[in-house]
Design a protein around this ligand. Structure first.
Ligand SMILES: NC(=O)c1ccc[n+]([C@@H]2O[C@H](COP(=O)([O-])OP(=O)(O)OC[C@H]3O[C@@H](n4cnc5c(N)ncnc54)[C@H](O)[C@@H]3O)[C@@H](O)[C@H]2O)c1
Length: 405
C-alpha cells in the first residue's frame, strides 16, 4: 500500500537563470515554508559566486548539470525567453517539475513541445509569473464569481511604464528572441483578463507601436479582445516612460525605477547610443553595482501602484471594481467600499501564490491552475496581438482553455 504524501515538507528548487527576474522571487522563497532554494545554474560566474556566498547553495554552469543533481526536485526557469522551451524539455527529461517564467515560449510549437514533455515524463508544469497571481486579481475574481455585483460586462487594463528605459540585453531587443513589450508585458494583462473573464478569448484586434528611435523594438501595443460570451476587454501597455502610471496615485513615487530627471538622461543616452546596455543590465543582477534591494525579506506590504499590470477596471452589471491602495474598491448601488486584502509583502506581490501553486501540485498532487495549456492559451493571445498588428485584421483564436476553478 502507498504511504500518504508528507505534507509538512518543502519542495527543493533549483533556479536556472539567476537574473533580474529571478531575483524578484528570492524574498518569497526565503520566507516560504513550502519551498527551499538549493541550487542555481547560470552562465554568469559573478552571479554564481554571489549566490554561493549569500545562500550557500550548490551552483552549476549549465542546466544539464543542475538537472542531474538528485537534490533538485523542481526547476525554476528564468533564462532569456529563447531558452524557455529547450530548458523545460531538459528538466522534464530529468523528471524535474518546472515553473517557467512568462512568456511561456516564443512560438505555439514550442509551447506544445513543453506540454508534451511534461505529460510524457509525468512532471508538473507551472506557467508563472504573471500578475494574475496578484491578490488584487484573485480578490476581483472572487467578487465577480460571487455574483454580488452581477454579471461581468467589460474589462479595461492600461499600463504606462518605463519598460523601454530600463537596461536591456541584446535578446530583449530582438523580437525573434521574444523581446519587446508585446512578448514581455502582454502576458501579465492577458493572463489577468483571461482569469477574470473565464479564459475563452474568441478574437483579438490589435496595434503594435515602435516609435522610440533609441530602441529597435516595439514599446507599445493596444488591443481589443472579445470573449466567447461576448464580454469585451481592452488592454494597452506603453513602455516609453514619458508618463508613468504610478504617478496617478499620490504614493506612486515609491515604485519608480527612475526619477523623471533620470528618465530624461537615460533617453538622451539611448538616442546617442552612448550607454553600455549589457553592462547596465548586468549591474542590476545579484552582486552588481545597481542590484535592486529585492533580495531581503520584507514583511510590510507595499501599496498597490499602477505598474506593469496597470490600472485595471472591471465593469459588472451592478457595479465597477478597481484596485485600491491595499485592496479593491467596489463601486456599486450602495456607494463605494474598500475591501482590504490581507497579507505580507510576498503575498501582495503574488510570488508566494506561485510557490503555493507549485507546492500543492508537487506535494498534494493537486491540478496546476497556471498549467501548460493555460500558459499556451495566453501565449496564443500575445502572438495574435502581433499578428493582428502586422496583418491589420481581427485574429480568431483556437487554443483557448477555460479558467480553472
Ligand atoms: N514575471 C516577471 O515579473 C518577470 C520579471 C522580469 C523578468 N522575467 C522573465 O525572466 C526571464 C529573464 O529575464 P531577466 O530580465 O531576468 O533577464 P536576465 O538576463 O537578467 O536573466 C537571465 C539570466 O539567465 C542567465 N543565462 C543566460 N543564458 C543561460 C543559459 N543558457 N543557461 C543558464 N543561464 C543562462 C543569464 O546569465 C542571466 O543571469 C525572461 O523570460 C523574462 O520575461 C519575468
Amino acid at each position: 500500500m502507498n504511504s500518504p504524501p508528507r505534507i509538512d515538507r518543502k519542495v527543493r528548487i533549483g533556479v536556472v537563470g539567476m537574473g533580474v527576474g529571478a531575483a524578484e522571487i528570492l524574498p518569497a522563497m526565503a520566507a516560504s515554508d513550502k519551498v527551499e532554494l538549493v541550487a542555481v545554474a547560470d552562465t554568469n560566474p559573478r552571479v554564481l559566486e554571489v549566490f554561493r556566498q549569500r545562500y550557500g547553495g550548490r551552483t552549476y554552469n549549465d542546466i544539464e548539470s543542475l538537472c542531474a543533481d538528485p537534490l533538485v526536485e523542481a526547476v525554476w526557469i528564468a533564462t532569456p525567453n529563447r531558452f524557455h522551451a529547450a530548458h523545460t524539455v531538459i528538466a522534464a527529461r530529468h523528471g524535474k517539475h518546472v515553473v517557467v517564467e512568462k512568456p511561456m515560449a516564443i512560438t505555439m510549437q514550442e509551447a506544445e513541445q513543453m506540454i508534451e514533455a511534461s505529460i510524457r515524463h509525468g512532471i508538473k508544469l507551472v506557467c508563472g509569473h504573471t500578475q494574475s497571481f496578484l491578490p488584487h486579481v484573485q480578490a476581483m475574481r472572487r467578487i465577480i464569481r460571487s455574483g454580488e455585483v452581477g454579471r461581468l460586462c467589460a474589462m479595461h487594463v492600461w499600463a504606462y511604464t518605463d519598460w523601454l528605459m530600463r537596461p536591456r540585453s541584446a535578446d530583449e531587443l530582438d523580437i525573434e528572441q521574444g523581446g519587446g513589450v508585446p512578448y514581455r508585458q502582454a502576458p501579465h494583462q492577458v493572463d489577468t483578463l483571461r482569469l477574470l473573464g473565464g479564459g475563452l478569448v474568441r478574437s483579438v484586434r490589435a496595434s503594435v507601436g515602435q516609435w522610440f528611435k533609441g530602441r529597435p523594438i516595439p514599446g507599445y501595443y493596444s488591443a481589443f479582445m472579445e470573449f466567447e460570451d461576448g464580454t469585451p476587454a481592452t488592454l494597452m501597455h506603453n513602455g516609453h516612460g514619458y508618463f508613468i502610471g504610478a504617478e496617478l496615485v499620490p504614493w506612486g513615487h515609491q515604485n519608480h525605477h527612475y526619477t523623471p530627471e533620470q528618465r530624461i538622461a537615460v533617453r538622451r543616452d539611448l538616442l546617442a547610443g552612448t550607454s553600455d546596455q549589457d553592462r547596465a543590465k548586468d549591474d542590476l543582477r545579484i552582486g552588481g553595482s545597481a542590484e535592486r534591494g529585492n533580495i531581503t525579506t520584507k514583511s510590510k506590504p507595499k501599496p498597490w501602484v499602477p505598474n506593469d499590470l496597470g490600472m485595471l477596471i472591471v465593469s459588472c452589471e451592478k457595479g465597477d471594481l478597481r484596485q485600491s491602495q491595499y485592496g479593491i474598491f467596489v463601486h456599486d448601488d450602495t456607494g463605494t467600499r474598500d475591501v482590504p486584502i490581507e497579507g505580507n509583502a510576498n503575498t501582495i506581490t503574488g510570488r508566494s501564490a506561485e510557490l503555493d501553486e507549485l507546492w500543492r501540485a508537487v506535494v498534494l498532487d493537486q491540478p496546476v491552475r497556471h498549467s501548460g495549456p493555460w500558459g499556451m492559451a495566453t501565449l496564443e493571445v500575445c502572438l495574435a496581438i502581433m499578428q493582428s498588428a502586422r496583418e491589420r485584421r481581427e485574429i480568431r483564436l483556437s487554443h483557448q482553455v477555460v479558467a480553472p476553478e
